[in-house]
Design a protein around this ligand. Sequence first.
Ligand SMILES: N[C@@H](CCC(=O)N[C@@H](CS)C(=O)NCC(=O)O)C(=O)O
Length: 270
Amino acid sequence: MIELYHNALSSCSQKVRLVLDHKGISFTSHEIDLIGGGQHDPEYVKLNPKHVVPTLVSDGRVLVESSLIIQYLDDAFPNPPMRPGDPLGRYATARWILRADTAIHPAAPIVTFAGGPRNILLSQPEEVREANIAAMPDPRAREIRRSVIEHGVKAPEFAGALRVFLAALDDMETELAEQPWLSGERFGLADATLLPYVLRLEHLGMDPLLAETERPRVADWLARVKVLPCYASAVEAWAPAAIVEMMRGQGKELWADVEPLTRRDSGAGA
Ligand SMILES: N[C@@H](CCC(=O)N[C@@H](CS)C(=O)NCC(=O)O)C(=O)O
């Protein structure tokens, strides 16, 4: 019996749903409204003391940290395997997972909240928005959230966070020259881990970064991911179309400010 506390558009939740779906594991869904502050509900915080999603409950055992959760799922439900069998292949997968946790994920709220969702937060009454930020346990995360809400893509943190994404895309492009999937010969944990961040760029209207002319192998990889059954049920089925459209529209309006930061001669991608 699996229960998942998650959010439709959260990258870490998408990652776990992709793995659950790819393995054919059904779960009871508890959606957490991150914009409304559901992650700070005292009952939820008992499960996840970091006030974040996802949280997976497996036969009564509470599991947090999406990267550990997907590795647990691959151990507990080994078919189909989502990590290569050979030690070097497993190392390569673990390295992508580590990179997502230590670099890409910390950059994600900056890239995200500087764009589309910023308007949603700005439309909230200030006391509601501030109460939700004040409830975030990490003081640095609070500071960054306030900065990106105030300054958008002009926030001092934005260009560096975008560079983290660009560097990951460029390394994906290199790796995909050697093998069809980031996890080796088939879709696996590394692919499920990176997909939500690549998709986030698309949702934020930054599709030119994913164009065939710019990064042909990443474009091809994304097209192949999108025809997998798990993409339809774990990502598309959950994503609220109106919010994605709003984010994309907002991102396209901001592209003139963002594009110069993505040029290779600007130091981006280094
Ligand atoms: N290391 C955690 C990070 C989880 C995380 O940051 N989740 C985000 C959504 S992707 C969240 O819940 N944010 C709450 C907030 O923005 O207040 C994991 O991998 O599970």
